[in-house]
Design a protein around this ligand. Structure first.
Ligand SMILES: Nc1ncnc2c1ncn2[C@@H]1O[C@H](COP(=O)(O)OP(=O)(O)OP(=O)(O)O)[C@@H](O)[C@H]1O
Length: 521
């Protein structure tokens, strides 16, 4: 399985991959400008840069999803060009995406078979899959259906699927974004084994502590250009953040604020999911008061999506008085009726849920703003007001884009996230419920969003933050609760509950036996 090596050991071998002068334009906008990049075999190479710096565009050039307008790519000393991703894969370049492309009702091996370029029997594939799993410490049961698997196990399928192509360069985009700290540690062991096998890894992450742990070289992009390179082991997370952003990144600051009456009250919320593989919410109780931020921690898939749907009105519930928003029974209200009570919602999935990818930002602003703002008058859409809103959000939240009002899908992931969160915060809601606010954001942008949430709470709003990022919750929340198997622990003041205790609750320790037994029910 080791990558073939046909070079003469006496000759210094060329880098595995070289990019020279790689340039990619979208219209008049230059997303990658004359980028040089060398990746050696057996090296973990980090690709760093703030949101919109051009990392994903560069990866798309290397993986054949896009073709450069200028510049060359060289693979083991030989010029290459790819008409599409299959050619890049055939050459030995594979990518593991942060968005899993898996079918819940199919088994592991069936999912893997669907993504392969070659034809192979399911039996033979299951054997290959087990060999790779064992070799790299990626345990997977080929016959298990995907819906039964944890997020970490689903990611293993993607990694194994990439490894079945025997890549010499494996590209990982934010691979730990959805993992618990323990799962991330296991992934790092796997990556070290891959590196020890002589494979090169191109690693994209905004988590600079991870980059320090893993990578021996980093290339830093800013505004589409290479602005530097470094050995992350010799740098601090702060010094790398400075190289990326061009200035120091400051932590958000709490201003003094008073806590008022409840703007969200939930009691006795029990709800079966629509989705057969969803999580049943069990007797949820929660209060978020004016002026405070309450955080909900938990491993993905413990009922956070179902709770968000119940609180936002995407899944209205029969008993209206189980949820009160600003004192009104709201459980059976629609999402727009809840918005009219002063609530705003930011779901986790930015493309497809928070925005329609093929619609412009101004049309997307209308989707959540039409029920409340000045965007629609007497049934007529005020296009000027929608565009002005896009301008205001872009200005206030530093949303970088190639034109004034592009389609949502044309923004970089982090810039779209800034737009979505900013759009809701600028409406000055009395209650904001936000799921994964800083997902995919660079250090500077994450700090700015957290500051905006703190400022919103300080102005008297109630803010509920659902996040898998414990550090984020500890930084901004007044109280934190943990979700586990559809239950919510009582929120506790951050000053009274430590990171370790939260981690244990997330993993299932400290819950009554009957709660743990619900697993799989
Ligand atoms: N298809 C496209 N059409 C127009 N502009 C695009 C397109 N794809 C990317 N861009 C622009 O190119 C720039 C670089 O985007 P890219 O996705 O490469 O950034 P990134 O460094 O990966 O950011 P993030 O960390 O937010 O994911 C962004 O300003 C983005 O708006």
């Amino acid at each position: 399985m080791a990558p073939p090596s046909d070079s003469d050991p006496r000759e210094p071998s060329p880098p595995l991959f070289q990019g020279r002068g790689l340039t990619k334009r979208f219209g008049s906008f230059v997303a990658n400008q004359a980028i040089d990049l060398d990746i050696a075999g057996g090296e973990v190479h980090a690709l760093l840069g703030e949101n919109g710096a051009g990392k994903s565009t560069l990866v798309k050039l290397i993986t054949g999803l896009l073709q450069p307008d200028d510049g060359r790519m060289i693979w083991r000393g030989t010029p290459i060009s790819f008409a599409g991703p299959a050619e890049a894969r055939a050459c030995g370049i594979a990518a593991v995406s942060q968005h899993f492309a898996l079918f819940d009702n199919l088994t592991v091996v069936e999912n893997v078979a669907l993504g392969l370029d070659r034809r192979i029997s399911v039996g033979r594939l299951a054997t290959e899959l087990e060999q790779i799993s064992q070799r790299y410490g990626l345990p997977l049961d080929p016959k298990r259906e995907v819906w039964r698997l944890s997020v970490g196990e689903r990611q293993r399928i993607e990694i194994v699927r990439a490894l079945l192509q025997n890549p010499q360069l494996l590209i990982l985009d934010e691979p730990t974004a959805v993992l618990t700290p323990a799962e991330a540690d296991r992934l790092f062991d796997v990556l070290q084994r891959l590196r020890a096998d002589g494979r090169a890894l191109l690693y994209i992450s905004h988590k600079l502590d991870e980059v320090k742990r893993l990578a021996s070289v980093a290339t830093i992009l800013r505004a589409g250009r290479v602005v530097g390179s470094c050995d992350p082991r010799q740098e601090s997370a702060a010094s790398m953040a400075r190289m990326m952003v061009g200035s120091d990144v400051t932590a958000p600051k709490q201003s003094s604020h008073s806590i008022g009456g409840p703007l969200l009250s939930v009691s006795g919320l029990t709800q079966r999911p629509d989705d057969p593989h969803g999580v049943t919410l069990r007797d949820i109780a929660l209060e978020v008061r004016s002026g405070e931020i309450v955080g909900i921690a938990g491993v993905a898939g413990n009922g956070q999506d179902e709770l968000f749907a119940a609180l936002s009105g995407e899944t209205p519930i029969a008993q209206s008085d189980v949820i009160h928003i600003a004192g009104e029974a709201a459980g059976s209200l629609s999402i727009n009726q809840r918005r009219r009570l002063g609530a705003a919602f930011v779901p986790e999935q930015r493309l497809g849920h928070a925005t329609v990818p093929t619609m412009s930002l101004s049309d997307n602003a209308l989707l959540t703003g039409h029920a409340t703002g000045a965007l629609v008058k007497f049934g007529l859409v005020n296009r000027g007001a929608a565009l002005a809103l896009v301008d205001r959000v872009s200005e206030a939240f530093d949303v970088r884009k190639a034109s004034r009002d592009p389609e949502a899908a044309r923004l970089s992931g982090g810039n779209l996230q800034k737009f979505i969160v900013g759009r809701e915060i600028l409406r000055q809601p009395r209650l904001l419920i936000v799921d994964q606010p800083s997902w995919g954001l660079d250090a500077g942008a994450a700090s700015a969003i957290r500051q905006a949430l703190l400022d919103l709470a300080a102005s008297g709003a109630a803010v509920l933050v659902i996040s898998q990022d414990l550090d984020e919750l500890i930084e901004i929340a007044d109280r934190i609760a943990v979700m586990f198997h559809g239950r919510l622990s009582p929120p506790r003041p951050v000053s009274e509950i430590g990171r370790d205790q939260l981690g244990l609750l997330m993993g299932g320790s400290g819950w009554p036996a009957e709660v743990r037994d619900v697993a799989g029910a």
